[in-house]
Every structure is written in C-alpha cells, then in structure tokens.
Design a protein around this ligand. Structure first.
Ligand code: ATP
Length: 305
C-alpha cells in the first residue's frame, strides 16, 4: 500500500508539489497522468525516498519514507524515466547486479535471476550484452532490475515511451502479471489509451496538485452516449448542455460524449431534435467512457483547453 500525506516539495526556484494526498491500495495499478511539468516525476522521486519532502510524507508498506529510506528501498522497485543499463553486462549479469545491490546473496541471487528472467521473458537472451537488445527488451530488462528483489511496490516513470505497439502490449501484460502477484504499482504515462488496458485507478495531477483520483470502474457509470457529427458545428456543446437529462463529459465541434439515462424513445427524440436544430448527426451510439474522456473532463473543468 502507498499513502501520500499532504506532501509538498520545493526545488530552489519553485514549488513542484503542493499538498499532495492519496492512497493506492495493495495490488492496485494507479495511472499517474497530467500535463508536462505537473509534478509526476518529482512525486515518484519523493515516494521512492530519493528526494526529501519539504513537508508531509509518503508511507510505503507502513514505513515512512523520511525515516526509513533504506528499508523502503528494499520493498520498492523504481524504473526512472531515463534509466541506465550497463551496456557490456549480459542480461543475467544485469539482474545479478540488481539483486545483489538490493541485499540478496548466494542461492537467493540465482533464484531471483531465474525467476525474473521468466517474468520479463528474456530467458533466451540471457547471455546477450544489454547493448544488443531491442528497445522493448531493454525496457523489460530495466523493469527486471527493478523487480529482482521481489518488491511489494513498483513505481514506473513513463515506461512505455519509445516502444512500438507490440512492445507496449508485452509491457502491459507484464504489469498485469505483476499486479496478479500482488505488487502495488504507480505508472506515470502520457499514453492514456494504453493505461486503460491495465490501470485500476487514475490520479490526475496539474500544477503540483492532485486534480482528481478516481477508480476506473467508477468512470463508466451511467449510460454514456457518443454523438458524432458529419459536419463540424461549434454549437454542439452549448446545445447539449442546455438540454435537461444530459451531462456533457466531453465535446468538441464534431463529437460529444454525454451521460444519458433515457430509453430508446427518448434517444429517438434526441436525434429528431438535433436534426431539427441543424446538427448533421452521423451517429449516436452507446459507449464506455474512456480514461481519455475522464481526463479531459477533469482537466477542462478547471478551464484548461
Ligand atoms: P513531464 O510530464 O514533462 O515529465 P512531470 O509531471 O514529471 O513532467 P516534473 O518533472 O516533476 O513534472 O516537474 C515539476 C516542476 O518542477 C516543473 O515546473 C519543473 O520545471 C520543475 N523541476 C523539475 N525538476 C527540477 C529541478 N531539478 N530544478 C528545478 N525545477 C525543477
């Protein structure tokens, strides 16, 4: 479990985190999202006890990161956004090094290397120097280094950047396997569609604060309708907002996602009224609200485009 309590952090020139609080339960995968400069990397570094909070703290597995940073490191894996691998070390030596650096010795190191090679699916490449691996394999090896000591908490900063679709799918499967093994994860990323595949909750940050924190299962609540126009019409949002029984989650001049609890008759009436109002409706269909819909709804609520 990870609990962040009223955490603030300042660089010499600016406050990067301002009273951040949230809790991520054991076995959950929290997507950490937000625009550039929102404070995601700074927050992860504070939770990983690599920076000291100005005030507030984070509790990892019951331990306060300010008071027990070394003990926290033993329970935690951290993949930084710009991770380094020793280019000339083979895959298995990279993992051996990571296991030993985290305090394992003797037979425990060998067991850890074998188990991790299986988890990251690099058994066949165990003798290859890391510099001969593809980008996706290097990413998996870096995650392997972070999990070789069997942490209960894993922090991943932009793990999918630069990966092709196949490598992203593999990464997503790996994170789901780690979740099934009970590891609590926080994953920062800008790729919302992919976070949707494995996240159980989403924390949106902006300007050093938490803007919203929702469970993914709550985001699809209520019937959502996707309304598509054939021709753009910049009056779409205003027209929908003025209609009772509808809550607009997201709208631009071509598409809107709205909550709508009416039956088929009500939906037919909505279509008729829209056509009469001059909207060239190409389709109205039921949809599940995506992380992206929820993200833009929360970000737009504060007036961001
Ligand atoms: P991105 O999505 O671009 O990676 P982020 O959400 O991870 O951004 P941070 O890197 O945590 O954001 O930065 C938060 C704020 O702190 C930004 O205003 C940034 O300019 C500032 N900042 C980050 N690192 C430093 C530093 N070493 N010294 C001073 N200010 C910094």
């Amino acid at each position: 479990m990870i609990e962040v309590k009223n955490l603030s952090f300042e660089y010499p020139t600016a406050r990067a985190l301002d009273g951040v609080s949230f809790k991520v339960e054991k076995g959950a995968i929290a997507a950490l999202v937000g625009p550039n400069g929102a404070g995601k990397t700074t927050l992860l570094r504070n939770i990983a006890a690599l920076e000291r909070p100005y005030s507030g703290t984070a509790i990892v597995d019951g331990m306060d990161v300010r008071h027990k940073p070394r003990a926290v490191h033993k329970r935690m894996g951290f993949l930084q956004d710009f991770f380094g691998l020793y280019d000339d070390l083979s895959v298995e030596r990279c993992l051996t090094y990571a296991a030993m650096a985290n305090g394992l010795r003797g037979g425990k190191v060998r067991d850890a290397v074998e188990r991790t090679l299986g988890q990251i699916d690099l058994k066949e490449h165990r003798k290859k120097p890391s510099k001969h691996l593809s980008r996706g394999m290097r990413q998996r090896l870096a995650i392997g280094q972070a999990i070789a000591h069997e942490p209960s908490v894993l922090l991943l900063d932009e793990p999918a950047s630069g990966l092709d679709p196949d490598a992203r799918r593999e990464l997503s499967n790996l994170l789901k396997d780690l979740q099934a093994a009970g590891i609590t994860q926080i994953v920062s990323s800008h790729i919302l569609a992919e976070l949707e595949d494995y996240s159980s909750e989403m924390i949106i940050m902006d300007g050093g604060r938490v803007k919203s924190h929702r469970k993914v299962e709550d985001m699809g609540e209520g019937k959502a309708l996707s309304i598509e126009l054939a021709e753009p019409n910049d009056g779409l949002r205003a027209w929908l907002e003025a209609r009772s029984g509808i809550a607009v989650h997201q709208a631009d001049d071509r598409r809107a996602v709205v909550s709508f609890d009416g039956d088929n008759t009500a939906r037919a009436q909505l279509l008729k009224d829209m056509l009469e109002a001059g909207f060239s409706v190409a389709g109205i269909s039921e949809t599940k609200r995506s992380l992206a819909d929820a993200y833009f709804e929360d970000v737009q609520r504060e007036g961001r485009p």
